[in-house]
Design a protein around this ligand. Structure first.
Ligand code: DOR
Ligand code: ZN
Ligand code: ZN
Length: 458
């Protein structure tokens, strides 16, 4: 397979240029702008050196970042469109600075066969305002693994506590077979690591003894369930030449365990979420079931240690785990009937930008974990950086302006947030997808179908 490489741009009148900005490159900041033609970046230069253009945006000194890539989003749609659909979900992404999102397969019906995937692709194409890539859950046959690979999935997803696969992933032998089938096609396997039997047993015990408060959810999802699931996965994957992607790692000890395994030669990527990085379980006392997520928020100390690992570069990617549910579902009186998760697309980058403004995080770490590493890990070869020949996926951010988390302004159908009311430094001004301005000051400017379906280069 040939690897697509960024092409050098031609210097003629371009379609659009963004000037008077601070272009954020991994080597540092360039005062100037970028020129865009036919959806590609054709020049990155000081303003005087940019070509003439049909249209110009003055960035007024704001940051020009590569479009953010969120590898962990639940776009729902199909029978769960009441929670989110490809239009509302991608509008939420655009408003949050994400130009590409990777969509999880635990939908209704679940995406666990080529046929199911083919039901989703046209909907995303017709409705999306940003780029969408797809995961599938493990199918039943070797032939279906092959077809899913041909259809361009970004990877397979194993949700250990709530499996939606057609195969029995609780059975080690069967899971090993699925890992081998994935490895044969260089398909990455993304994992939600919580041991099902531990969590199910705790839920059953707690429910039987009449415990059903929001905090009881935390006891049903203990740290040990995450760590023992990681150990199970590593054991089963031993000797299989497989790329593993660990979703929403919530504990510093899990990062350490996975780092050890990386040192031993396993190909592993580690994802964390902004909520596990910056929030503790006290949010459950404040927001009740609206702050429940799996894996759950942990102690403040644990979050602080996870944050240090992130800052130190021991974590590869930040994913939002955007997991919208209806308010009625989140308000159910019995905690065991409440679905876990909350929206994240419209808060994620703001949380990180605020830490940047406070000097607790570097711009480079944001660029790596939210753009270049997700692009590299998932084979999105022309994305994730600003440079000549790259896709013109860009986000313009004013790092000095305040952003107040107000869920009533969200574009997602899930209008609530455990970050409600926070005033954060740094505001998104514009999101541009392959040269098209899709959002401006929180307003959606693009029509449905502006985004593309993206497939990895493996
Ligand atoms: O909190 C969660 N929500 N964790 C999951 O693993 C699934 C997700 C969802 O789909 O709602
Ligand atoms: Zn998960
Ligand atoms: Zn998820």
């Amino acid at each position: 397979m040939t690897i697509r490489r960024p092409r050098k741009g031609l210097m003629h009148t371009c379609d659009l240029k963004i000037v008077n900005g601070k272009v954020c490159l991994e080597g540092g900041i360039l005062e100037g702008g970028i020129a865009i033609s036919s959806g590609k970046i054709v020049s990155v230069a000081k303003d005087v050196s940019l070509p003439s253009s049909a249209k110009t945006i003055d960035a007024h000194g704001s940051l020009i970042l590569p479009g953010l890539i969120d590898p962990h989003v639940h776009m729902r749609d199909l029978e769960l469109s009441y929670k989110e659909d490809y239009y509302s979900g991608t509008c939420s992404a655009a408003a949050g600075g994400f130009t590409t999102v990777l969509d999880m397969p635990n939908t209704r019906p679940p995406t666990n066969s080529p046929k199911r995937l083919l039901e989703k692709i046209p909907r995303a194409k017709e409705q999306g305002v940003v780029n969408v890539g797809f995961y599938a859950d493990f199918p039943e046959t070797s032939q279906e693994f092959e077809s899913l690979s041909d259809l361009g999935i970004v990877g397979l997803k194993l949700n250990s506590i709530r499996p939606t696969s057609k195969i029995d992933v609780e059975n080690d032998e069967i899971l090993r077979w699925a890992f081998q089938e994935s490895a044969r096609r260089r398909l990455k396997v993304a994992i939600h690591a919580e041991l099902k039997k531990t969590v199910d047993a705790l839920i059953s015990d707690l429910a039987k003894s009449g415990r059903n408060a929001a905090r009881d959810f935390l006891y049903a999802h203990p740290p040990a369930a995450e760590v023992s699931c990681i150990n199970r996965i590593l054991r089963i994957a031993q000797g299989v030449d497989l790329d593993l992607y660990f979703c929403h790692i919530s504990l510093p000890e899990s990062v350490e365990l996975l780092q050890q395994s990386k040192r031993n030669g396993k190909r592993i990527a580690i994802e964390v979420t902004p909520h596990h990085l910056t929030a503790g379980e006290e949010l459950v006392d404040r927001f009740g079931t609206f702050a429940l997520v799996a894996p759950p928020l942990r102690s403040r100390e644990s979050a602080a240690a996870l944050w240090r690992h992130y800052v130190d570069g021991k974590v590869d990617v930040v994913g939002s785990d955007h997991a919208p549910h209806s308010v009625a579902e989140k308000e159910r009186s019995n905690v065991w009937d409440v679905p876990a998760g909350f929206p994240g697309l419209e808060t994620t980058i703001h949380i990180l930008l605020d830490r940047l403004a406070r000097g607790q995080l570097t711009l480079n770490r944001i660029l790596e974990s939210c753009a270049s590493k997700p692009a590299a890990i998932f084979g999105l070869t022309n994305k994730g950086s600003i440079g000549e020949g790259f896709d013109a996926d860009v986000v313009v951010v004013d790092p000095k302006e305040d952003f107040r988390v107000d869920s009533s302004t969200f574009h997602t159908k899930a209008r609530y947030s455990p970050f409600e009311g926070l005033v954060l430094k740094g505001k998104i001004e514009r999101t541009i997808v392959e040269g098209n301005v899709v959002s401006e000051n929180g307003e959606i400017m693009a029509k449905r179908g502006t985004g593309r379906v993206v497939c990895p280069v493996r």
